[in-house]
Design a protein around this ligand. Structure first.
Ligand code: SAM
Length: 230
């Protein structure tokens, strides 16, 4: 965990995404190979992947604003797929940082491990997040960035994963996740928004990123609510 002051992310707004690109490190992953690996996984397991193409770079920039630029933060990424967001997180991190990724699909997990040498890849189910992280010595994270397909999860699974995320970010960390704009018409997406508000005191909604297929926005959540006394 870092003791450095953390940068304050820009406030949530509406309108176009204003994205200030950071200097890029050379990417080890060939984007075409990543797209091919993503599509293969999506066709093999559509009910788990929940998308047919990786997230756009603009979307990834908005999603990763919560990642501290300085110090030695611990960053946990959920559902990294073939690394569309992973590389953008790495661009923000200092060499002292720790970046741990939890991916369910074994082929995507091994693709990531091959293409992102500094990344700690855990192949496993985010529903066991607390136990998986504990096995790797992680009990707190400065940021949890999610690419999980929430609308494919039932209510109990959403709540279980969100509770574990809330435990790991604690009162000082932040959690971000994206949602497709058209999804708000679906009850599963509206239920997810409700569960976010039940789990966190602060839930901000960013501008819509139109340069994503399909257009999406990001939820930025902080300060888990205290569990009710029984
Ligand atoms: C919509 S894709 C996002 C991939 C990538 N983050 C991106 O933005 O391009 C969802 C990813 O979550 C993974 N996933 C789905 N359910 C999961 C679970 N229970 N635990 C961990 N990963 C999961 C899928 O295998 C897939 O890689």
């Amino acid at each position: 965990m870092t003791s450095q002051p953390r940068p304050i992310p820009p406030p949530a707004t509406t309108g176009e995404a204003i994205v200030v690109p950071l200097p890029r490190r050379p990417r080890t992953s060939d984007p075409r190979a990543a797209r091919r690996a993503f599509l293969a996984a999506a066709l093999r397991n559509p009910g788990k992947v929940g998308a047919i193409a990786p997230t756009s770079e603009t979307m990834a920039e908005v999603l990763t604003r919560i990642v501290p630029l300085a110090g030695a933060p611990v960053v946990v990424e959920l559902g990294p797929g073939t690394g569309a967001v992973t590389g953008v997180i790495d661009d923000r991190l200092s060499p002292q940082a720790r970046h741990v990724a939890v991916e369910l699909d074994p082929d995507m997990a091994s693709f990531l491990a091959r293409t992102h040498p500094g990344l700690e890849v855990i192949q496993g189910d985010a529903v066991k997040l607390g136990a998986l992280l504990a096995e790797h010595g992680v009990t707190k994270a400065d940021a949890v960035v999610s690419g999980l397909p929430w609308s494919l999860f039932d209510d109990a699974t959403q709540r279980s994963i969100l509770t574990q995320i809330a435990d790991v970010v604690g009162s000082e960390g932040a959690f971000s996740t994206f949602a497709y704009r058209h999804g708000l018409l679906l009850s599963a997406a509206r239920r997810f928004r409700r569960v976010l508000h039940e789990t966190f005191e602060e839930v901000l909604v960013t501008e819509t990123v139109w340069r994503n297929v399909p257009p999406a926005f990001v939820y930025v959540c902080r300060r888990p609510r205290q569990p009710a006394e029984s």
